[in-house]
Design a protein around this ligand. Structure first.
Ligand SMILES: NC(=O)c1ccc[n+]([C@@H]2O[C@H](COP(=O)([O-])OP(=O)(O)OC[C@H]3O[C@@H](n4cnc5c(N)ncnc54)[C@H](OP(=O)(O)O)[C@@H]3O)[C@@H](O)[C@H]2O)c1
Length: 261
């Protein structure tokens, strides 16, 4: 391996990070770009376009000048994954080579069992579960050997946070998908893993009851604090690279040890 490859282990790779306008996804996209990847940034709200522009500029200022391409698409819509792929085709001028798929876009909902409606179910599952499935399916024809699929879950997938039926269970469903896809796709060296963050300061965290977050902080073995987007991004970037090639079908708790798997 040449010294430049050692410093830019993802050079020549193309990554897609869904929900990369803000929070954890923005951190992941930046870290993958720092390690050399070209990055497709997806988001859904027109109000986030300025955030995407500044992330793209920040990435293009990196010394090795990775390229970025941004796509607005609501991943609760069944045709959005194909639209994202078509937009990447237009950008690349033909069939793209995709190496890294990070399914990060997600929503939470705080509502007790008795109040949940079918619409609530669709709101959470259409993005967290169906969106992840259809997005991954859409990139399958373009995935290169030794690709990396990384699903972003939550420590919520293995605990019962009152009020979070749909969020907790949708992330548990992703763990199941991760295991099955690891088995289905492993033949050419592709790996499929999941990262379950604990609480990280972000817009999403503002909607989580303070008492849950404070309790989690107090119970976190590593320095009794929240995680940072950079800490989660480093784990995702490790999974995206060559060093993780013998790890697949795993769910990694990225929570300073709050959740021990
Ligand atoms: N923050 C935490 O403490 C924490 C902890 C555990 C797990 N997680 C998981 O980490 C992931 C990112 O969380 P976050 O805190 O960074 O979230 P966030 O700050 O709320 O950002 C969510 C991202 O997803 C995009 N998004 C939302 N709805 C979408 C839709 N229908 N279609 C396409 N994109 C959509 C948003 O785009 P716009 O900007 O355009 O709205 C934004 O980029 C989620 O899967 C979440 O469950 C977060």
């Amino acid at each position: 391996m040449s010294s430049s490859e050692a410093y830019l282990p993802l050079k020549g790779k193309t990554a897609i990070v869904t929900g990369s306008s803000r929070g954890l996804g923005a951190g992941m996209a930046y870290e993958l770009a720092k390690r050399g990847a070209d990055v497709v940034l997806t988001y859904t709200s027109p109000s986030s376009s300025t955030l995407i522009s500044s992330l793209s500029s920040k990435i293009s200022l990196l010394p090795h000048k990775p390229s970025t391409h941004s796509v607005v698409a609501d991943l609760t819509k069944v045709d959005s994954p194909d639209k994202i792929v078509q937009s990447i085709k237009d950008w690349r001028g033909g069939d793209p080579k995709i190496d890294i798929m990070v399914n990060n876009a997600g929503v939470e909902m705080n509502k007790k069992l008795g109040d949940l409606t079918a619409q609530d179910f669709a709101h959470v599952y259409d993005l967290n579960v169906r969106g992840t499935l259809l997005m991954t399916q859409a990139v399958l024809p373009y995935l290169q050997p030794h690709s990396r699929i990384i699903n972003i879950g939550s420590v919520a997938s293995r605990v019962g946070f009152a009020g979070f039926s749909l969020y907790c269970s949708s992330k548990a469903a992703l763990e199941g998908l991760t295991r099955v896809w690891a088995v289905e796709l492993g033949g050419n060296g592709t790996t499929v893993n999941m990262v379950n963050p604990g609480p990280v300061d972000s817009d999403m965290l503002k909607n989580i009851p303070k008492e849950i977050v404070e309790k989690q902080k107090g119970e976190t073995p590593v320095e009794k604090r929240l995680g940072t987007t950079e800490e989660v991004a480093d784990i995702v970037a490790w999974l995206a690279g060559r060093d993780s090639r013998w790890v697949t079908g795993q769910t990694i708790s990225a929570s300073g040890g709050w959740a021990l798997y």
